[in-house]
Design a protein around this ligand. Structure first.
Ligand code: HBI
Length: 96
């Protein structure tokens, strides 16, 4: 069973927090299209890593939540940290 992992400071400083249901981050976007485009990229990443957060798209906002490891009883493990870090790479490419 994977071991629990502390949220790295690099993710904390980018807005990631730990909630009862796993890691979460809200990303501000300029409009609905931008939020949707981020969601698609995160979805492709999630498929590649076989690890799937909840994604909520709304006007000007993307929320990634529920990022936890089921096999470990819903705690945060290296798999969750890995996905969050890769998602940050994607977000940073498009920052203005
Ligand atoms: N997504 N968030 C999340 N957590 C998991 O543990 C997880 C997943 N997607 C697929 C997945 N696990 C599979 O690896 C296992 O259910 C086989």
């Amino acid at each position: 069973m994977p071991a629990p992992t502390l949220l790295p400071a690099s993710l904390r400083s980018r807005g990631w927090t730990e909630t009862d249901t796993g890691l979460m981050r809200t990303v501000s976007c300029s409009d609905f299209s931008e939020a949707f485009a981020y969601a698609v990229r995160v979805a492709l990443l999630a498929e590649r890593l076989d690890h799937h957060p909840e994604i909520t798209i709304s006007y000007g906002r993307l929320v990634i939540s529920g990022l936890a490891t089921h096999d470990a009883g819903g705690i945060v493990t290296e798999r969750d940290i890995a996905l969050a870090m890769r998602a940050e790479e994607i977000f940073s490419w498009y920052e203005r």
